[in-house]
Design a protein around this ligand. Structure first.
Ligand code: HEC
Length: 73
C-alpha cells in the first residue's frame, strides 16, 4: 500500500520521497503517528501522508524490507 504514493523502487522519488534505508524510528513515527523522530529533518514539508495506526504491528517488517531491498541513496 505504501507504493500508492512511494515509488515501488524505494530509492526513487514519487508523490512521496525515497524511503529506502529509512530507520525504524522514522518509519514508526511517520506511519503510526504521522510525525517524525525528535530532531529529524523531513525530506518533504508536505503533510500528504496520513497516519496508519493499524500498521503498528508491521513496523519491524517494513524496516527490515526497507533496509534490505536496496541501497539507500
Ligand atoms: C497517501 C500517500 C502515501 C502513502 C499511502 C504512504 N506515504 Fe509515506 N509519505 C508520503 C508523502 C507525500 C510523504 C512526505 C511527507 C508528507 O507529505 O506527509 C511521505 C513521507 C514518508 C516518510 C518520511 C520520509 C522522510 O525521510 O522524510 C516515510 C518513512 C514514509 N513516508 C513511509 C511510508 C510507508 C512505510 C508507507 C506504507 C505503510 C507509506 N509511507 C505510505 C505519502 C504517502
Amino acid at each position: 500500500m505504501c507504493i500508492v504514493c512511494h515509488n515501488a523502487k524505494p530509492t526513487l522519488d514519487a508523490l512521496g520521497p525515497p524511503i529506502a534505508g529509512a530507520p525504524r524510528d522514522l518509519i514508526e513515527a511517520r506511519v503510526v503517528y504521522a510525525s517524525y523522530p525528535p530532531g529529524y529533518q523531513p525530506k518533504r514539508q508536505s503533510q500528504a501522508m496520513p497516519a496508519m495506526p493499524s500498521l503498528a504491528g508491521t513496523i519491524d517488517d517494513l524496516a527490515a524490507y526497507l533496509a534490505e531491498c536496496c541501497p539507500a541513496n
